[in-house]
Design a protein around this ligand. Sequence first.
Ligand code: NAD
Ligand code: UFG
Length: 336
Amino acid sequence: MKILLTGGAGYIGSHTAVELISEGHDVVIVDDFSNSKEVVINRISEITGTQISYHRLDIRDTETLVGICRDEAIEAAIHFAGLKAVGESVEDPLRYYDVNLGSSVSLCKAMVSLNIRHLVFSSSATVYGEPERIPLDEECRASDAANPYGRTKIIIEQILKDMQLANPDMNIALLRYFNPAGAHLSGKLGEDPTGIPNNLVPFLTQVAIGKRSELVINGDDYPTPDGTCIRDYIHVQDLARGHVAALAKLRSDCGVVTYNLGTGQGQSVKEVVSAFERSTNQHLNRRIGPRRPGDVPVSYTDPSLAERELNWKATLTIEDICRDAWHWQQETPGGY
Ligand code: NAD
Ligand code: UFG
């Protein structure tokens, strides 16, 4: 299939592009490079040995997007494009609603006008807010995010469902990612945060390489066995494979389907730190700091629906994540 990847130069999009190409699909990337660099396209080319078709575009420009999709004869889309920093979304909510909702509506309009029937959307476990139960399954309440970023995901999910109701030929997979981390095995692709990383794993690698002096563990007084928060870290390569599986599912004309993509295993912050030290032989300076506002104590998924219906399962471990993230950090100490 010929697949449009909005935000395809970003962290998850670039890994997914490689996986799709290796499975025989053609990809077309549209990205405004607001949170990525053009060199990523070269890296995808190097890894796959193919020329990548890409367009620099803010996808809120619907007219140009329609032109690209028509000229490229797009058959399906994976929608990664959007802003994703939780803290920033609290400070500048209107920008988050503008970019995340605007880009999604624009893509929807383009798809409807050209009768492109298959869409995979990057949603997030953040839609579950304070978990109704653990492990989280797809039936859990998903209407309660703690910040504007999370609320954009809830609203976009609803927009996509409404679009499908009005266009019953469309097939849409809402993929709720848990905590994506790690990097491509080659060390050529990985997460490249601007400024201070928000997320745990890139922070760890920056401490290990000496860019940051220490890790501050955000609270050790949570109701968990070691007092630190528990998350479900999923290797970005496993996540990339999940998109290929979701696309295959859409071709069975399934309407709207929702899947949690995670490992089903929860790791505490302290466990991640130990796994990192074990798998990389690096020591991490750390200290305990205060809780981070908005953090839920425990979040991990029951991954069985995706396993049953997509025939997909995460296979890589937290040690694999740490090893590959560290390899990437060493290969690209200054970022792309
Ligand atoms: P990323 O920032 O690396 O990638 C997003 C890409 O979209 C970037 O390349 C950016 O330049 C591009 N972009 C942003 N606005 C655009 C616009 N208007 N038009 C065109 N391109 C635009 O982020 P990521 O980590 O790869 O995340 C991809 C998606 O997955 C996002 O929607 C994010 O919300 C979602 N998600 C990410 C995580 C995570 O922890 N990384 C977790 C859950 C969900
Ligand atoms: N943490 C630290 N120190 C740090 C960074 C993080 O202790 O320097 C802790 C956090 O407090 C949290 C855990 O590590 O307890 C994981 O934090 P992340 O920021 O890596 O991940 P979150 O679960 O908070 O959020 C991530 C993405 C969101 C997404 C959510 C669910 O950042 O965008 O997963 O998919 F919505």
